[in-house]
Design a protein around this ligand. Structure first.
Ligand code: ZN
Length: 359
């Protein structure tokens, strides 16, 4: 009889532990049932492949223009696609625009930029992406780099803020950009900087340093304490969660996205899983899930859909489970950080809902 009671107690403890686990944590299989958002994608086509897969995977998307080509024409073309996708899939997409610094030294640049932003705001843009070309590419008349805190950008930033729009900043690059290829921590950075040597700052030591880029970004933030600022790509402080935590403490209204930096998260998880987990727990309301995935018509719709699903599932597994994982982004195995549902909801939806008003 005693034995029987012990077995029953053990069984009910096990059952309630399992039930508690179920109410506290998501399973990998919960993936399609949980509302999620990817706040950093680039759709440069009219085809529906991206939105179709997002709907299947229960994702909303923030679709972003960027001054990557450095021309106004490229910005206008991207905005056309962004507007088109928003019109066809109003519940899936939230649009962000950008401006070009193509003719920055012309006297009419500021007025042209403000007029362009106004037209995008009137068409539903929620904010403006500012890109690393300010700081890393754009030259002044004396051939030094124009940095983000430059006074000549003040009125454009003021205008964005006065219109209650978001500044979405990809400034600088991952710290790996200033390291030789063999010292880089992630395989995706190694391949990006092999293919884009013009951005591999280790090869251009006369150009501004990593710290110069961070200082210029921070001085811009200091000029506008009221600005709604999103630090894309973990605010380019992807290499250390302690340093990133200190930055978030310094700028209490800023949020970050994790786009294209999960490799850096995995890398730190290999060595300091508990610390990484605690970072995501503590700052869950200021971290937004994102990938930087794009549709530029360079994949078939089937390839596009499977890339998206696999990337999103990989990251879901990392955040909700403690399973051992491998990724081609890093060379060693690591374990998922199994965050509770509340933190998963914040990172995959809640933080973004506050910034981008997703309803
Ligand atoms: Zn991007």
């Amino acid at each position: 009889m005693k034995k029987m009671i012990c077995v029953l107690i053990a069984l009910s403890c096990w059952q309630s532990a399992a039930a508690q686990d179920e109410s506290t944590y998501y399973s990998i299989a919960d993936y399609p049932t949980v509302k999620k958002v990817d706040v950093h994608v680039h759709i440069r086509t009219q085809r529906p492949a991206f939105a179709d897969q997002a709907k299947k995977d229960n994702f909303q998307l923030v679709n972003i223009a960027v001054d990557g080509a450095g021309t106004w024409k490229a910005i206008r073309d991207q905005w056309k696609y962004i507007k088109f996708q928003k019109e066809v899939f109003p519940n899936v997409y939230r649009p962000l625009t950008a401006f070009s610094v193509e003719n920055f030294h012309d006297p009419g640049w500021e007025a042209q930029t403000i007029a362009w932003l106004d037209s995008c705001f009137a068409q539903g843009a929620l904010g403006v992406k500012v890109w690393k070309n300010i700081g890393m590419v754009l030259k002044d008349k004396d051939s030094s780099n124009v940095m983000l805190d430059d006074d000549r950008l003040d009125n454009v930033f003021k205008h964005i803020i006065e219109n209650d729009k978001i500044v979405f900043g990809h400034l600088g690059e991952p710290l790996n950009c200033w390291l030789p290829l063999e010292e880089m921590t992630t395989n995706n950075d190694r391949s990006y900087f092999t293919n884009n040597p013009q951005y591999h700052m280790y090869q251009h030591p006369v150009l501004p340093s990593y710290q110069d880029q961070m200082d210029a970004r921070n001085k811009r933030l200091d000029k506008h304490p009221e600005m709604t600022f999103v630090g894309a790509h973990m605010a380019s402080i992807e290499w250390n969660v302690d340093t990133l935590a200190a930055w978030l403490d310094t700028y209490p209204t800023a949020t970050i996205d994790v786009a294209a930096r999960m490799g850096q998260v995995f890398y730190q998880t290999i060595y300091e899983r508990e610390k990484v987990r605690n970072f995501f727990l503590k700052y869950q309301d200021r971290i937004m899930y994102a990938t930087d995935m794009a549709d530029r018509m360079n994949r078939t719709p089937t390839e596009q859909a499977s890339t998206m699903h696999e990337t999103w599932m990989r990251d879901w597994k990392y955040f909700v489970s403690d399973e051992e994982m491998e990724s081609d982004l890093v060379n060693e195995k690591f374990k998922g950080i199994k965050l509770p549902k509340t933190a998963v909801n914040a990172i995959f939806y809640g933080a973004a809902d506050r910034v981008f008003d997703l309803k």
